[in-house]
Design a protein around this ligand. Structure first.
Ligand code: SF4
Length: 272
């Protein structure tokens, strides 16, 4: 998935093993993920799960704990973070994130939780993409009726078209098949839209993503071959928000790579 989003990012993170660049918002997403994983695991056992108040408390504990890790990660990656990135991170208000998280949990428990009877929760899967490539992953949540639920948080209104072309969901349908021996009946992408004053749930559901089994396996094999052949490139237009000094923690390295070229860059950083 990292390579699909940005092949150069894959080079920094997995080929050269540079540390992941920290973001408060990722810790926030992690904390919400932990809350819902715990809740649905309990709900699978007792049919109820945890109460909304306990979920909020759990969320605050996990989020604040994750922020300690964030501080350490920030120190470890500081040498290659731009001042714009650091400024933007500094401006992210923890209380605001806490508030939004609480409102998100509230709306999720009210609107979506009553509709989901959990079957697989944080279930590991694996399948062969070819003789030499094994794909491993985890399904966050499925409903007993055979629907895969993928939970996302966002601040902007999500786009319905995203779901059919989502490569992650295309992989999940194969993961589901490897566990159950059949394909899911549907895939549901459930967004908690965390706006300032009001949070809401937006869901998109499809029976099948565009990519079928053969396409997924072909793409996985092509990506692995590309990484073995050092095919790493920036796939974002010059003005993309994603590929900017404010947003991407690897921006300094990106500039250096552009300047000295892949061969010199690899020999400098792979020795570390
Ligand atoms: S700077 Fe741009 S191309 Fe480089 S890793 Fe970041 S997003 Fe990818």
């Amino acid at each position: 998935m990292t390579y699909i989003r940005c092949p150069e990012h894959w080079l920094f993170r997995y080929s050269l093993g540079l540390k992941r660049t920290p973001k408060k918002i990722l810790k926030h997403g992690f904390a919400l993920h932990e809350v819902f994983a715990y809740h649905f695991d309990q709900k699978k056992k007792d049919g109820k799960g945890i109460k909304v108040g306990d979920a909020k408390e759990f969320f605050a504990d996990v989020f604040l704990g994750a922020l300690d890790d964030y501080k350490q990660e920030l120190e470890a990656t500081r040498p290659y973070l731009t001042k714009e990135y650091l400024k933007k991170e500094h401006e992210v208000d923890i209380n605001d994130l806490l508030d939004r998280g609480m409102r998100g949990i509230e709306v999720y428990f009210k609107k979506l939780n009553p509709l989901i009877i959990p079957d697989l929760v944080e279930e590991a899967f694996e399948f062969q993409a070819s003789k030499d490539i094994k794909v491993i992953g985890r399904l966050d949540l499925t409903h007993v009726n055979g629907t895969i639920h993928e939970l996302k948080t966002t601040r902007k209104n999500p786009n319905a078209q995203d779901i059919r072309s989502d490569p992650q969901l295309a992989i999940y349908q194969l993961g589901y098949h490897s566990i159950k021996g059949k394909y899911p009946v549907a895939l549901s992408k459930d967004y908690i839209v965390l706006s300032k004053n009001d949070s809401k749930i937006t869901r998109f559901r499809v029976a099948r993503p565009f990519a079928n089994r053969n396409t997924v396996l072909r793409n996985i094999n092509a990506i692995m071959k590309a990484t073995e052949n050092n095919i790493f490139y920036c796939m974002h237009p010059a003005e993309s928000w994603f590929c900017s000094k404010e947003w991407c923690g690897y921006y300094t390295l990106h500039q250096e790579l552009k300047k000295i070229g892949l061969t010199k860059f690899m020999s400098k950083y792979s020795k570390r």
